[in-house]
Every structure is written in structure tokens, then in C-alpha cells.
Design a protein. Structure first.
Lengths: 281, 275
């Protein structure tokens, strides 16, 4: 069909071709401006032996796991609150969505400023409240850098969880809650036996989709810490960027992303299967 | 049925906490942009004492941010227009025609939708350089299409599928061509989906960071996100201007979103739920 031609061209030229090209790059010594030669597994051997690579694996897992867990808890709490009969619900729903509506780069620039050790709001507030004696270098201290990046990322992304869960909650019949109340079920029991089961499918889709997105987050790290201090926040996307665009070693950069491929493809397939079960594409 | 007092108290306490949590960083962004450098760095205050627009003036005049805003606008609007047309055609073709490979295209679209840009930017960079498109806005438009088109096609497929084909068949009995039926029946009926696709494409292109960072390298071709992120490293006392820039970058997107909120929520539902 002619109508499909532009899309097929885009999919072949800008999705499939680069996808396989990335895999070829990983087996070559390609640098910017030079034609690459096949070098077998040399890039992989080099990359795996590098301490930065194990740091990236570790940090990507820690970042993804803690950010998804926090977004889930916060998003669920916000959805539960917004699902109550509260005054001005539409206003609050729109307002609490704001972090997610704002451009991500804006959010991370704002958080970088909030964390500033010299003139940042958080340090001023902590000192004024008497909680700390001297400013904390949130982003340049090894122990606080990763939690600070996670907090900024969670702030920006929890609304997606909240609106998805809220939409799911609103499809659950009120009658279920009414009859549970008649039977004397507590709030916690109603959540456990009515709300959660009603949300299972949405929770599954949201968790898988956002796990992929979180594992591939680049902006929070690039804009807040650049991967530092001494690789404390070096996630794999940042490592690919540093290797490819700063050191101009395209082969090694591609090797890093290829090594993460099995994990990501596994996640993508899981999501595909889950979505397919709901309706056939 | 009235809620027990304890439940209502908990609800409103939590709500207040969530509102504060969201409001404080936003408040800080806006007030920083309006404070004088003295209020920011020498004589700290939580509220702007002498509100001033000097940072807005400076970020536009000295940093020439208008050039970058124009770049962002050109990239986002071109990507949006092309995406809406290409995606509508593709979705129409996949949903309404039967041919071999149709499902395969549908799956590839879903795969791309889920495949992260972080995996592709190195090869895309090599391709862009090989095509001689390094450091151009065209390279951004072209590569943005590669994730907007699959996404919007997928979303529109959900929409088109929800419209009974009988409507087009009736139109064709009355002498309309198949393409005519697309333009006269299907597109008007799925206007919310079209608006949602347009808002998505515009917003995602406006906000896109990684590819813009990799592909553009001088101030005349940078989009707003890259320009602002480059300013961070330049100067210690840049925050007033940076937050002014951040406000300027957020306003169009926020307005667009709230104007089209109804459509976006419907679009997400059509794409994600009807999948």
C-alpha cells in the first residue's frame, strides 16, 4: 500500500537499519571520520574489563529499581487521594500533573538549582530549620548524589503513575465498595481486595513501560551530575554518551548499549505480550 | 454516605503535602527568574524583594535565546505536521486494508515505540554525519519522525478501529473514493485523536534532549534545551537567567497541554487501552 510507504521507509531507514548498524558498530573499531574494520569481540572484552562498566550496570539497576518503587508508591498515594470525594478535585488533579507536563530538562535544571550548595533553596531551608549546620553538597558528594538524582526523577515522573492508576480506579464499580462496607470491610481490606485486583492489568503495563523508560533515563544524570562524582551516578546511557560523543569511540559505545540489549529486549517483549493479550494489533 | 472524619483528615493532609511538594520547585523556578542577583547570591530571601524582569531581558539579548526558541519552534512544528499526515495514512492503511505483512508492520511500530532512543543515538549520529546533515535542524526533524510516527500511528490505529467501517462504506456507495472517505469520514470523526497526536508530537519534539545534544553543536542550530544546559557550565551566577529561560521554555508547552488536556487523556486511553 502506497499510504504505508513513508512509515515503512522511516521504520526501515531510521529504526531497523540503525538497530543493526549499532550491532555491527559494536564489532568494529569505527571512530568518527574513519571507516571501521571488524575487530571481533575486542570492544566487548575491553568494555567489560573497565571498572566504569560495572559501575554503570550497578547504578542503572539501583537507579531503576529505587525510582520505579518510589514512583509507584507516590503515584498510588496521589491516585488514592484524588479518588476520594474532595473539593476542587479537577483543579488538584490538573495541578499535581504539572511536573509531568513541564519539559524534563526544565525540571532537572530547576532541581540542580534547588540542590546548589552555595545558594540553593534546600540548603537554606535546612539551615534555617536548624537541621544541618553547614550546606550539603548534594550532587558532588558520593553518598548523596544518587539519591538526589532519584528524587528529582521521581518528582518529575510520579504523575504518570498517578493518572494511570486514577483512571483505572474510576473504572472500578462503586457498588463493590458499597457492599464491602456493608459487610464491614476496613479501608485497608477494600484496597487489598477490590482496588488492587481491579488495577492489576494497568499496574502491569505501567510498571513494564516505565521500567524500560527509567532504565534508559539520560537527562536526570546528564543535567544533574554528568555521571559523577567519580562515577557514583554513572548509568549506562551516560556511559554510552561519554564513550561515543566525548571520547568519540563509537565501537565501544555501541558495545555498551549492545550489552544492555538482551535486558531491554526482554522487557520490550514482556510488554508486547502483555499488550497483545488485551487486544490484537 | 459521609466519610468518617479521620479518613477526611488524612486525605486533606496528604493532599496538602502533595500540593506543597509540587508547588515549591515551581515557585522557586518562577521567583528565581524574578529576583535580582543581589537577592539570589548576596542577601538571600525566600520571596523576591524587588521583582525584576532583567533576567528575561538578559537571556534574550545577551544569550540570544530567541534564535533557539525559533529553532525549537521550527523543528517541533515541522515534525508535527509531517507526523500527523504520515501517521494518519499509515494507521488508515493498517486498520482498513488487508494485505500480507500488515501485522508485521504493526508489531514493528510497537517495538519501536518501546525501543529506547538511548540504544539508537550512536548509529543515528553516524548516519546523520554520513548524510552530511551534522549540525542541522533537518537532522533533528528526520530523526524525531522516527519516534513520533510509530507512536502516533499506534495511537491513531486505536482511534480508527473504534469507528465502524460501515460509515466509510456508505460514503463509498454514494460515490466517494477510499481516500475521500479517509478525509471526509474517518479524519473528522477522529479529530480528538488527531489533536492528541499533534500535541504529543509537538511536546515531545520541543522537549527532546539526547538527539539534539548529540546532533547540534553551535549556538545557531541548538534547540532551547541544549542552549540552556550549555549555559549551566558557563557561569556561576547564571541561575536567574537560566530560570527565566526555563519559564520561557515551559510556558508554551503547559498552555498547549491544558488547552488540549481532554484530547490527550482520550488519546492515551484510545492508544493504550484499545492498543
Amino acid at each position: 500500500m502506497g499510504l504505508l510507504a513513508p512509515t515503512v521507509l522511516i521504520l526501515l531507514g531510521l529504526v531497523l537499519y540503525p538497530f543493526f548498524y549499532a550491532i555491527w558498530l559494536a564489532f568494529s573499531d569505527k571512530a568518527v571520520g574513519s571507516a571501521g574494520r571488524y575487530v571481533g569481540f575486542r570492544n566487548f572484552a575491553y568494555v567489560i574489563a573497565w571498572p566504569q562498566f560495572s559501575a554503570a550496570v550497578f547504578n542503572t539497576v539501583i537507579f531503576t529499581f529505587s525510582a520505579v518503587a518510589l514512583k509507584f508508591v507516590l503515584g498510588m498515594s496521589v491516585a488514592l487521594v484524588l479518588n476520594q470525594r474532595i473539593r476542587g478535585r479537577n483543579f488538584f488533579r490538573a495541578f499535581l500533573l504539572l511536573p509531568w507536563v513541564m519539559p524534563a530538562f526544565v525540571v532537572y535544571l530547576v532541581w540542580r538549582w534547588l540542590y546548589d550548595p552555595l545558594s540553593g533553596l534546600i540548603n537554606y531551608a535546612l539551615i534555617d530549620l536548624g537541621l544541618v549546620a553547614s550546606p550539603i553538597a548534594f550532587l558532588s558528594d558520593r553518598s548523596t548524589a544518587m539519591p538526589s538524582v532519584v528524587v528529582a526523577h521521581v518528582w518529575r515522573n510520579f504523575p504518570f503513575y498517578a493518572i494511570s492508576f486514577l483512571a483505572g480506579m474510576q473504572t472500578i464499580s462503586q457498588e463493590l465498595y458499597d457492599s464491602a462496607q456493608v459487610d464491614g470491610a476496613s479501608r485497608a481490606q477494600q484496597f487489598r481486595y477490590i482496588t488492587l485486583p481491579g488495577l492489576y492489568q494497568i499496574i502491569g503495563v505501567v510498571l513494564l513501560l516505565t521500567t524500560i523508560q527509567t532504565a534508559n533515563a539520560f537527562e536526570p544524570v546528564y543535567l544533574l551530575t554528568g555521571g559523577g562524582p567519580s562515577d557514583a551516578t554513572m548509568v549506562y546511557t551516560m556511559l554510552v554518551y561519554v564513550m561515543g560523543m566525548v571520547n568519540l569511540r563509537l565501537g565501544e559505545a555501541a558495545a555498551v548499549s549492545t550489552l544492555f540489549l538482551p535486558l531491554l529486549v526482554g522487557l520490550v517483549l514482556a510488554v508486547t505480550v502483555l499488550l497483545h493479550r488485551k487486544a490484537n494489533v | 454516605m459521609r466519610e468518617p472524619l479521620s479518613i477526611r483528615a488524612t486525605t486533606y493532609t496528604l493532599l496538602a503535602l502533595f500540593v506543597l511538594m509540587v508547588a515549591i520547585p515551581l515557585f522557586w523556578m518562577v521567583t528565581t527568574a524574578l529576583k535580582s542577583n543581589k537577592d539570589l547570591y548576596e542577601d538571600f530571601s525566600y520571596l523576591p524583594r524587588r521583582p525584576t524582569f532583567e533576567h528575561f531581558v538578559r537571556v534574550i539579548q545577551r544569550e540570544d535565546l530567541l534564535t533557539n526558541i525559533r529553532n525549537s519552534f521550527v523543528v517541533a512544528s515541522t515534525t508535527t505536521v509531517v507526523t500527523v499526515f504520515v501517521s494518519a495514512f499509515a494507521a488508515f492503511s493498517i486498520v482498513r486494508y488487508r494485505y500480507r505483512g500488515r501485522e508485521w508492520v504493526g508489531r514493528l511500530i510497537l517495538f519501536k515505540y518501546l525501543l529506547p532512543t538511548a540504544m539508537l543515538f550512536v548509529p543515528l549520529y553516524a548516519i546523520v554525519v554520513a548524510l552530511g546533515l551534522g549540525n542541522t535542524l533537518t537532522s533533528l526533524i528526520l530523526t524525531y519522525l522516527s519516534f513520533m510516527v510509530p507512536f502516533c500511528t499506534w495511537m491513531l490505529m486505536g482511534y480508527f478501529r473504534s469507528i465502524p467501517p460501515e460509515l466509510e462504506e456508505h460514503a463509498m456507495v454514494d460515490g466517494c473514493t477510499k481516500i475521500g472517505a479517509l478525509f471526509r469520514i474517518l479524519l473528522p470523526l477522529s479529530a480528538p485523536g488527531i489533536v492528541a497526536s499533534a500535541i504529543f508530537s509537538f511536546t515531545l519534539s520541543w522537549n527532546e534532549f539526547l538527539l539534539a545534544l548529540v546532533f547540534t553543536s553551535d549556538h545557531t542550530t541548538m534547540t532551547v534545551p541544549i542552549k540552556l544546559s550549555m549555559m549551566v557550565v558557563g557561569d556561576q551566577y547564571i541561575w536567574g537567567q537560566l530560570m527565566a529561560g526555563a519559564v520561557l521554555a515551559s510556558v508554551p508547552i503547559t498552555i498547549l497541554y491544558f488547552l488540549g488536556q481532554r484530547f490527550v487523556v482520550q488519546g492515551l486511553a484510545a492508544g493504550a487501552v484499545k492498543g
